[in-house]
Design a protein. Structure first.
Length: 152
């Protein structure tokens, strides 16, 4: 075992309005966990937890300067699908739940199909179908290991 295993347990998003953010993710189909309260919301995913925490409180907890987030934060969260049709349906559902369409689903340069939406706080989500990394039976994306023996 290495000192830092290649895994993620929790993604926490800083939000400006907890009730609004929680309602958005619940409309998408996520179910809030019992450990949630007025200050933090947890959603159990398949192998990972999504957390919502006040933007100001998250900055304070991390000990970083609390500045308004830029329009592009240099990251996205991906939701991978089994097909292009599933991408279209998931994207439409997100928009119906209050997401903002940033890029309509379309064929992309790397050979897949994807689109982007932003949640009510501007967190960027990609909805994608990657024909080169099909989802396993549990809906997890699998990537081929480095065949030259190096660690990813």
């Amino acid at each position: 075992m290495t000192a830092f295993e290649p895994r993620m347990s929790l993604i926490t998003l800083g939000v400006a309005d907890m009730p609004r953010a929680r309602a958005f993710y619940e409309a998408l189909g996520w179910k809030a966990a019992g450990a949630s309260n007025e200050h933090v919301t947890f959603f159990q995913g398949r192998g990972i937890v999504l957390g919502l925490f006040g933007h100001d409180e998250l900055a304070a907890d991390a000990g970083v300067e609390n500045t308004p987030p830029p329009a592009f934060r240099g990251m996205s969260i991906a939701y991978n699908c089994h097909s292009e049709t599933e991408v279209d349906a998931a994207f439409a559902h997100a928009i119906a739940c209050g997401a903002t369409a940033m890029k309509q689903p379309q064929k992309v340069f790397w050979g897949g199909y994807s689109g982007y939406f932003a949640d009510p706080d501007g967190h960027l989500w990609e909805v994608a179908f990657n024909p080169f990394s099909p989802l396993d039976g549990d809906g997890h994306m699998q990537v081929e290991p480095d065949m030259e023996g190096g660690d990813a």
